[in-house]
Design a protein around this ligand. Sequence first.
Ligand code: 6PG
Length: 468
Amino acid sequence: MNGKYEIGMIGLGVMGRNLVLNMADHGFSVAGMDNVSSQVEALQTEAGNRPVLAVAKPEELVAALRSPRAVMMLVPAGRVVDAVIGELTPLLQPGDLILDCGNSFYQDTDRREKELTDRGILFMGVGISGGESGARHGPSIMPGGKPEAYERVRPVLEAAAAHVNGDPCVAYLGPGAAGHYVKMVHNGIEYAVMQLIAEAYDIMRRGLGMSAAEMHAVFGDWNEGDSASYLVEITTDILARTDDDTGNPLVDMIRDEARQLGTGMWTSQDAMDLGVPVPTIDIAVAMRNLSALAEERREAAALLGRDGPTFGGDPKELLAWLKEAFFAAAIVVYAQGMAQLKSASAAHGYGLDLEAIARIWRGGCIVRAALLEDIRQAYRSRPDLPNILLDPGIGARVSDRLESLKSVAVTAAGIDIPVPALMASLAYFESYRSGRLPANLLQAQRDYFGAHQYERTDREGSFHTEWT
Ligand code: 6PG
């Protein structure tokens, strides 16, 4: 049976629906399926006279698709993905293609690809970033899998993706779970930059007693300069929003307990497995966990809290430092994430092109930032760059701002405002550029209690000392 629709979509939540409409706006005929009837109806209504079909059963979807079929799925990561694949696969034929476009854990993607390959079905793990509006108007798309599978969907993905200076924010990234791996690290970077922004906000709000309107102006100013980025832009917007019920800034009415779906934690865990230091991402995950200990924090505040010293300096000076400090710390976050991708590429055989990743992150995704153009240029001049801090231009952008970063860290510590992500970026930079770390002492200690041996600075070989 050969239907007339070019591509299918399972999962018609707002992301799936928006992506269907986006593809249809670019001239592709799309059949969407969801077992929740209200979602099917919503797509039917929103699609108007676009070439879109909305159905409620996988059989109807499969029958509507042109062969060989390409079926995208946008459903919650985890068991639902396996369930949908389990329901869909018996209806497909060898040579058909399934694209998992959710935030699946990359090891699940590897497993699913193997299982489906055994049944003759092509499978791609595709990271999609940009939230609801990205899905509708152009996300950043991170596909991984077999190159021939990518070629089949390349036209639709290129059309639907965001474009920056005419370049689509999509590129074939590599085999297996390469796409989901890159999306995972994208989210790790996302967590860390969000935490940095939250710390800057905390300094302004609690340290300087600034109003939401004043902070809105500060972030608006940052967004005009080096730090121009989606996350700074939405923070600016958030600070302008008033709560309809109370008239207070809406952000003040939101509980300080961050949730998470897991991608940041996976980034951190996998970096540990690879032995890649990503301390700003680690601390961002830890701070979400700490924020969730709301009851304990309240007990601790009653027992251990105090009215800390107030800021006695010049607010204008602190704000000037903060602007520079944020940018420097954010560069260090991208440095950590890109270094993780480089290492993962070697470990998992992805063959990642880091320049292409910087290019497709320039638009559509949550971590898009003006800085990504510089990162792209850095990889262009040196494709095997071990770390973007070793690019002379990017490295200098951090070192030129180091005094500001230190001043903010010291000031914040002095007025009891925790800035762990800023401090982690500072410590990473100081350690990375340090020709000599105190790890010699660690080696001596290991040898002392465990006879683990050490290497000497003056000659080759492994040595052990009877320390006692
Ligand atoms: C994106 C986002 C998106 C989603 C995150 C949120 O790139 O569009 O990252 O994938 O909003 O999964 O993650 P947490 O719920 O873990 O914060």
